[in-house]
Design a protein around this ligand. Sequence first.
Ligand SMILES: [Zn+2]
Length: 119
Amino acid sequence: MKRKNEKTEDVKRWFLREAERLWPLALGSVSLRRGRCMREHCSACASGEGHASWALSGRQGRQRFSVYVPQAVAPEVQQAVEQGRQLQELMREAGQRYLASLKRARGLGREFGRKAGKR
Ligand SMILES: [Zn+2]
């Protein structure tokens, strides 16, 4: 399918196919944080060093969130965040292609601006 003639439905199909390929998805960031443990006599905590653990954090609307990520799944979550960024790029492209398809469907071009061949 050529982009030049694609219809709104084509853009949708293309987008959903690409989005499915990008799963798993996450938005936010995965980072190491330091915290205290539950043990009563812990030398790491007593020294102020604490324990490092991964967390997925970001914003959900106006709220900040931070969720513990077990070490064993940290690479998967990191990957999901990377693909989440790619999905944002995909949406940027989808919006432009969607708009182009709407304009084609309704025969709407530029109303203002340059016209070829006229000075
Ligand atoms: Zn501790």
